[in-house]
Ligand binder design. Structure first.
Ligand code: GCB
Length: 731
């Protein structure tokens, strides 16, 4: 029998990079902590990019342990760890998101001391080192002791669960051939699958058995995520088990993703595994709540970014039929000294997660060319990762999330089995329609390539509102409008094998200070504390959740409005929506997902939307002056007040023309180029990178001069001045 004891309480924590003997002598002064724990729960979420990145100690006195062989398991140690026992170094581990185990010495005393040095210091070897999310340090996924008999299943190698289950499904015959493999140090292994049992002697530490399941019940996505269990036991009494699911995933460049032989477009979100006030030290209840929100949204896929997540969450994905993109934190910047770490993190990810039926793809990297050139070293690193994935797991495909400015003919696109891009047109840069154009062009140019949309999103602080929402204003309304466009664009491109909103939840990005918040990326559809669902959440719910009838009126936090007539938008999964103002019916609409009404404002009004079996209501109020508390970027918002496009002469150039159109005219082009060169000189290297990047140049060419200027933070005078000059040049 295996005895597992969770090491939750009794730890002492020392936030000090000192040698072990000193740590031991200061132990009594250490902070009492329980696991899971991170030392960045507060400073990693409050902005300033000043959270503690260093080496700290966790110490745990232990009484004598029972059991012939005892191993310690860490759910994760972020980012690098040394495990010491009674002054002896047992192991080092690099990579802050994977499980690892080490055996304790057989000579244990009546009083023992477990000491773990954990470090999230920066270095050039262990990923991640450059990304916007907070690199929490600590022991965020707990630790436990595992006592096993002398003959036992493997525990140490790459954090293996000791059992590997491979179902091969024959959809026509409705059967599955299930191969179960185990690793152990001897004995006879008895395998149990679906009521059948087979005994096999261990040979060279390995055993395997095959089972046939007729009339197999498939793991069929959100509709019926049926799970079987495989179990293996040794005559010594040690036992391991794993759930598995029988399913077939397929990819087609034209028809997108397939589940069990039928088209099954993957439509969902990404998730970071952290929470306001807790950092990444989450409880099972936290994971469950996240899954409940994902299910309420109606998503059928999740990208678990940008690293290996807690086993509990992959389990929840298995149970809920959510198809997963799993990945390692090989992100933003390639490090020549980091190759070994990418390979070990990938080996651990696959070894530890192989049995989860929900996982469809292994992600090799994310936006790796954002801060690195496509060098031979980077290419080789990707090829090695790709080969490793196929060696460890011939059943799954590899993918990678490319940054928008990566040229589509870059040789790196040849490495993974299926491609994907992160695009933020309509947020950081460019216009919404450029997302559509990008994929249309890609699909046309590479009709044999499977392409997906791994990230898109816009930040919104639910305190900010506008009736004329604009890119960069951080309003809930712009985020909603952005996603309305993206939803339509995705719905009309079924070839996209997967699409993932960035992000389901706001998350900690201690280096960010924007949109009225310190230390948060606010692209979430739900706030960091999970308490508030932004309007855009209900847009996707209306499109994806077919089960729970609802109507949602947008703008419930946008109470005070200046206009005499306002737009009231309703998101619903019903076909017909009626709107009532102060109890009187204003109108009824038949449609899909988005229903828009015009409502006259005179005073304070109650607006109620009613669909078949559901209703919602909000209050809006007419005010004389704009409510300043709704406006984040007051300077940018004011551009709307003084720039009137109607006043420009369309026969001449203006800031309303795109950079490309202006550049096509030598005179106008020279003026704009001179102006941009001046800006470039002031901004330094960023602009130089843009200059050398033809993809970026093309994208900028499609943007209007006005939007470029606004994004560059140009003021009223300079915009007006350039407009006056351009108006003097006939087209
Ligand atoms: C990206 C990154 C992601 C960031 C996101 C953003 O492309 O992959 O890690 O959080 O952009 O919000 O800027």
């Amino acid at each position: 029998m295996r005895k597992i004891t969770s090491l939750t309480d009794g730890w002492r924590f020392l936030k000090a990079d000192i040698p072990l003997p000193q740590a031991v002598s200061y132990m009594a002064q250490g902070e009492r902590v329980s696991l899971p724990h991170t030392w960045n729960a507060v400073d990693g979420q409050d902005g300033g990019n000043d959270y503690h990145r260093g080496r700290c100690w966790y110490l745990l006195p232990q009484e004598e342990l029972a059991g012939e062989r005892v191993f310690i398991e860490f759910g994760a140690a972020a980012m690098s760890a040394e495990v010491w026992y009674n002054g002896e170094l047992l192991c080092r581990h690099d990579g802050g998101y994977s499980v690892f185990r080490v055996e304790l010495p057989k000579t244990r005393k009546t009083e023992n001391l477990l000491a773990v040095a954990v470090s999230n210091e920066d270095n050039d070897r262990v990923y991640p080192q450059k990304a916007d999310f907070t690199f929490y340090g600590g022991l965020p996924r707990g630790a436990s002791l595992i006592a096993v008999p002398e003959t036992h299943f493997e525990l140490v190698k790459d954090g293996t669960p000791g059992i590997k289950v491979t179902p091969e499904v024959d959809l026509e015959k409705k059967s599955a051939l299930v191969t179960v493999e185990t690793w152990q140090n001897g004995g006879v292994v008895t395998f149990f699958v679906n009521g059948e049992e087979k005994s096999v002697p261990s040979e060279n530490g390995y055993a395997r058995a095959e089972f046939r399941i007729d009339n197999v019940r498939l793991w069929d996505g959100v509709d019926d995520p049926f799970l079987y269990t495989a179990r293996a036991s040794l005559d010594s009494g040690d036992e391991v088990s794993s759930r598995f699911g029988c399913r077939v995933f397929g990819f087609d460049p034209e028809k997108g993703f397939f589940l069990n032989g039928r088209p099954y477009p993957l439509r969902g979100v990404s998730r970071h595994g952290d929470l306001k006030g807790k950092g990444n030290a989450l409880s099972y209840e936290d994971h469950e709540r996240d899954m409940a929100i994902l299910r309420e949204l109606g998503a059928n896929t999740v990208r678990l970014a940008h690293y290996q997540h807690a086993q509990e969450f992959y389990d929840l994905c298995d149970e809920n039929g959510i198809v997963v993109w799993a990945e390692i934190p090989y992100i933003t910047m390639h490090m020549e000294n980091g190759r070994e770490n990418t390979l070990s993190q990938m080996r651990e990810l696959i070894t530890q997660c192989y049995n989860h039926p929900s996982i469809a793809v292994w992600g090799l990297s994310n936006e790796i060319t954002a801060a690195s050139a496509v060098t031979e070293d980077l290419l080789e690193n990707h090829r090695l990762l790709h080969a490793l994935c196929h060696r460890l797991d011939p059943t799954r495909k590899t993918t990678m999330a490319n940054v928008f400015m990566l040229e589509t003919d870059s040789p790196i696109l040849d490495v993974p089995d299926v491609s994907s891009y992160n695009l933020y047109f309509g947020w950081y840069l460019g216009e919404l329609e450029q997302n559509d154009g990008f994929f249309d062009e890609f699909h046309q140019k590479y009709p044999d390539r499977v392409i997906g949309f791994s990230e898109y999103g816009a930040d919104a602080n639910p305190a900010f509102h506008s009736s004329r929402p604009e890119k960069g204003d951080y309003t809930e309304e712009y985020q909603a409008l952005y996603h309305e466009h993206m939803l339509r664009m995705i719905e009309s491109r079924p070839y996209l094998w997967a699409t993932h909103v960035w992000n389901l939840f706001d998350f900690a990005a201690d280096g960010r200070d924007e949109g009225g918040k310190h230390g948060e990326n606010q692209k979430g559809l739900v706030t960091f504390d999970r308490k508030l669902k932004k309007d855009a959440f209900y847009l996707y719910k209306a499109a994806w959740n077919k089960k729970e009838p609802f109507v949602h009126i947008c703008g419930r936090r946008y109470v005070n409005r200046c206009e005499a007539e306002t737009e009231v938008k309703v998101y619903s999964n019903r076909e017909k929506v009626s709107l009532y103002v102060d109890g009187e019916k204003l109108g009824e609409q038949t449609g899909r997902t988005v229903f828009t009404f015009r409502v006259k404002l005179t005073g304070t009004h109650t607006v109620r939307a009613v669909g078949d079996g559901c209703e919602d209501s909000i209050t809006v109020r007419r005010v004389q002056t704009p409510d300043e508390s709704y406006i984040f970027n007051k300077a940018a918002a004011s551009v709307n007040n003084w720039f009137d496009a109607e006043e420009t002469d369309p026969a001449c150039f203006s800031v309303m023309d795109t950079l490309g159109e202006i550049r096509a005219n030598p005179q106008a082009g020279a003026i704009v180029d001179a102006m941009m060169a001046k800006g470039a000189a002031e901004r330094g290297d960023v602009a130089a990178a843009v200059k050398d990047n033809p993809a970026l140049q093309r994208m900028m060419g499609r943007m209007t001069m006005l939007s470029l200027l606004k994004q560059g933070g140009a003021g009223e005078e300079s915009i007006k001045q350039l407009n006056r000059i351009l108006q003097g040049i006939r087209k």
